[in-house]
Design a protein around this ligand. Structure first.
Ligand code: AMP
Length: 278
């Protein structure tokens, strides 16, 4: 497995691969790997000859006061995990290589970036789209795999690819969970023991709300029940718990192609989860 931080070196390697007829799948990450990330590598391997993964903690998607400085970083462990998973190249650029002095161009993803996750962080998805666009231009993959864990991000990356005619096929990977149902996340290590015991109730509540909706209970009432349940279980704040169209993320009262999406706060940690309804 190669570890590359230089763009020219990566381009040379990739162009040689393409010349030999190999297809490439790309798995972008911010490191602090867990089984969720590795499941994306598995999907990537199944879809192409070579897998390129990246580790880049993107400053453009952290607002002032967010956890950019303390975001968990352990390059050696991540490299060992990617090697074990069958990755061919790990691309690890320095920040000033991605954003050199004079860097000026921005991307706006529009309305879809201002709902749900975009309410507390209005520039977050513009930052995601910017770095994803740059990474696609650098890696030139045939496929790129993103987790459903960050469902709004997956929808926005599909929009970016469509709007900019980027020749890459986006594949979504299912959420990988701990045995008790908690969606794996690099930020779960911020939870103390008490918070960790509460955290699985987010997924359990989503399952219960889905069950209620499917058996015919009113959607708004079921969601209100879910909100009360989350607060009773000990979550500190619910940023949102909503039923949305799974393609447009618009509010919906129709169960087909819908998804429950939630973001809650537990102490100083924000947990995200989502669930396909039908
Ligand atoms: P991150 O390193 O948090 O930026 O995540 C990199 C990629 O891994 C994104 O596409 C995430 O959606 C995906 N991911 C994170 N957690 C999970 C999980 N529990 N299951 C599946 N994919 C995940």
């Amino acid at each position: 497995m190669k570890i590359i931080s230089d763009i020219t070196e990566l381009h040379d390697y990739i162009l040689a691969l393409k010349k030999s007829g190999s297809t490439i799948s790309f798995v972008p990450t911010m490191g602090a790997l867990h089984k969720g990330h590795l499941s994306l590598v598995d999907i990537a391997r199944e879809n192409s000859d070579k897998v390129i993964a990246s580790i880049f903690v993107n400053p453009a998607q952290f607002a002032a006061g967010e956890d950019f400085a303390k975001y968990p970083r352990d390059a050696e462990r991540d490299i060992a995990m990617f090697r074990q998973a069958g990755v061919s190249v790990v691309y690890m650029p320095e920040t000033d290589l991605m954003y050199p002095e004079g860097f000026a161009t921005a991307i706006s993803v529009g309305k879809i970036g201002k709902i749900l996750e975009g309410i507390p962080r209005p520039h977050f998805f513009d930052g995601v789209a910017l770095v994803v666009n740059k990474l696609f231009n650098i890696v030139m993959p045939d496929f790129a795999v993103f987790g459903e864990k960050d469902y709004q991000q997956l929808v926005i990356v599909k929009q970016l690819v469509r709007d900019f005619n980027i020749p890459v096929k986006i594949i979504g990977g299912a959420i990988i969970r701990e045995d008790d149902g908690l969606a794996m996340s690099s930020r779960n290590i911020y939870l103390n023991d008490h918070e960790r015991s509460i955290a699985p109730f987010l997924y359990k509540t989503l399952l219960n709300v889905r069950e209620k909706i499917i058996k015919g209970d009113k959607i708004l009432q079921s969601i209100d029940w879910g909100r009360d349940e989350l607060l009773n279980k000990g979550f500190d704040k619910i940023d949102y718990l909503e039923l949305r169209d799974s393609i447009t993320l618009a509010e919906t009262g129709v169960l087909e192609n819908s998804r429950l999406l939630a973001a809650v706060r537990l102490g100083s940690t924000r947990l995200l989860d989502n669930l396909k309804v039908i």
